[in-house]
Design a protein around this ligand. Structure first.
Ligand code: BYC
Ligand code: FE
Ligand code: FE
Length: 465
């Protein structure tokens, strides 16, 4: 279906045939724009940014590039194409046709999942709102804005579901999504990580590497949902998510490359010497990994969760890539979950968060292996590692356990020493200076090999409008 760009809200859901829904969304739109202007990216709202915009959902048409002022970005509502005769793929209702409307008995559970998903999207925009002021290059600034507008679109995606399928309480939830704010003491965002400040670019890359990757796995699980509109929305969101993780992986990779250059030049891995040269030492990067990764693990919820069992049993939320599993019922199966009291046998349905998280952990490891290879090639032997899943946890069976990054009991100061110190954060912050000349970048990183959409590196990705 073609998208009507004349419509105020571009969409492929036939919005114009549902006047009530269209009016509800047109009512929400100005509130969204007010929020975007107040709590979205600072300072650059009137700049022209070289952005991609989704114009259709098929493989080649979903990204068109051009200069846009962010408030004019066409936040639209796009669902992946409907798959005829799709049936529920897991749980107690498997084999039955998927639902095109919300089944009454699952209404509050579905609303909750959608609200939790939706809450993270504007939260991340709020967390990142000051970063453009210290962008290490125009290329990076543009990527930041690309991520921000797409998280804005992900919010639209969830708001569409709330408005279209949940009536008055859905509309109320949609408003609440703009009233909760990241880090607000009285009215915080729902999930922990989304209240952490992101006020330097190393944190931004860590967030897009680790936290957006939680997004990937949660969206994959929701893309299996028996509630078809949710599944189709999440399928399309996943196409955008790949770029966010790319920003994180290449962002960290470029820092490592720059640091290795300096390590080779100075013939040392001594952090003090390297900091004098203005680059980020590898042990500091490891401490940032320890922090953001452990926070992301909490986003999967408790390893043993009756919520998760109910979502699975009812066909609301599956496992990522459910089709790759043999058993889609899981009612007679068990998993071994490590707890402080030893290994426990847990009913598989109750261990769904644990299984999803395991897939995430394997995916996280891929980038670290690649970075280690680069470090070894440069002649150094420092392995960046994922800390143990027990380390620095606030949710689940290991919440509050005092263990070192290897997962062994330790004293609290060992935990503290494995996390970014005030001095680390202050040092990283001291490096943050805006570089806005096309083709140039800050001293602590390097430019990438390729620009965006085949444009050269010195392209003016952001320019005064
Ligand atoms: N912080 O039974 P449990 C993304 C709560 S990221 C605070 O284990 P469940 C993005 C939990 O709500 C993807 N609270 O929970 C990335 C529950 O509360 P109640 C976001 C937490 O339901 C970057 C209680 O603890 N999407 O898209 O099995 C940029 C018991 O927990 C936390 C989703 O999350 C936490 N970390 O699993 C932009 C998908 N963890 O009932 C965007 C939708 C748990 O006691 N959400 N709690 O009040 C879900 O599927 C589930 O809600 C969760 C939790 C997986 C998050
Ligand atoms: Fe998102
Ligand atoms: Fe994302």
């Amino acid at each position: 279906m073609a998208i009507d760009y004349q419509a105020r809200i571009p969409n492929n859901v036939d919005l114009s045939t549902d006047r009530g829904l269209q009016r509800a969304l047109e009512h929400w739109q100005p509130a969204f724009l007010d929020w975007w202007k107040e709590l979205g990216p600072t300072t650059f709202q009137e700049h022209d940014v070289y952005l991609r915009t989704a114009t259709s959902v098929d493989a080649k048409g979903w990204a068109t590039f051009g200069y846009v002022k962010m408030p004019d970005y066409r936040w639209g509502i796009f669902l992946a194409d409907k798959q005829e005769d799709r049936t529920i793929g897991f749980g107690d209702h498997r084999g039955k046709p998927v639902w095109q409307q919300v089944p009454g008995e699952f209404r509050s559970a579905l609303r909750r999942l959608i609200v939790t998903q939706g809450d993270t999207e504007p939260a991340s925009v709020e967390q990142q709102r000051m970063l453009a002021l210290t962008a290490p290059s125009l290329y990076d600034m543009r990527n930041l804005f690309q991520v921000n507008v797409e998280e804005g679109r992900h919010l639209w995606a969830m708001v569409y579901l709330l408005h279209a399928y949940f009536g008055r309480d859905g509309r109320e939830e949609a408003e609440e999504l703009l009233y909760r704010h990241s880090g607000d003491v009285d009215n915080p965002r729902i999930l922990g990580t989304f209240n952490e400040p992101i006020d330097d670019w190393l944190s931004f890359y860590m967030f897009t590497y680790f936290t957006d990757r939680d997004g990937k796995y949660q969206l994959k699980s929701l893309a299996e949902s028996g509630f078809d509109p949710l599944a189709r929305t999440c399928q399309f969101m996943l196409t955008e998510e790949a770029h966010h993780m790319f920003v994180g992986e290449t962002g960290i990779g470029r820092i490592i490359k720059r640091t290795l250059d300096e390590m080779q030049k100075l013939g040392t891995d001594d952090p003090v010497t390297l900091r004098k040269a203005g680059v980020i030492d590898l042990p500091l990067i490891q401490r940032y990994i320890n922090f953001w990764y452990s926070s992301a693990l909490d986003l999967f919820g408790a390893e043993v969760s009756s919520n998760a069992a109910t979502y699975f049993a009812n066909g609301l939320k599956g496992r990522p890539d459910e089709m790759t599993f043999e058993d889609h019922d899981c009612s007679g199966a068990f998993e071994n979950v490590e707890t402080p009291d030893g290994v426990q046998e847990v009913a598989t349905r109750n261990a769904m968060n644990f299984l999803t998280r395991n897939a995430y952990v394997r995916d996280c490891a891929v980038g670290l292996t690649r970075w280690y290879r680069t470090i070894k090639k440069a002649g150094f032997d420092f392995e960046l590692r994922l800390p143990s899943e027990r380390f620095h946890r606030n949710v689940g069976v290991w919440a509050g356990a005092v263990v070192d990054p290897e997962g062994k009991p330790c004293s609290p100061d060992v935990v503290e020493a494995a996390l970014p110190s005030d001095a680390d954060r202050a040092y990283v912050k001291s490096l943050m200076v805006a570089v806005t000349e096309p083709g140039k970048c800050a001293n602590w990183t390097t430019l990438p090999e390729r620009g965006v959409n085949n444009q050269p590196i010195d392209f003016e990705y952001v320019r005064a409008g």
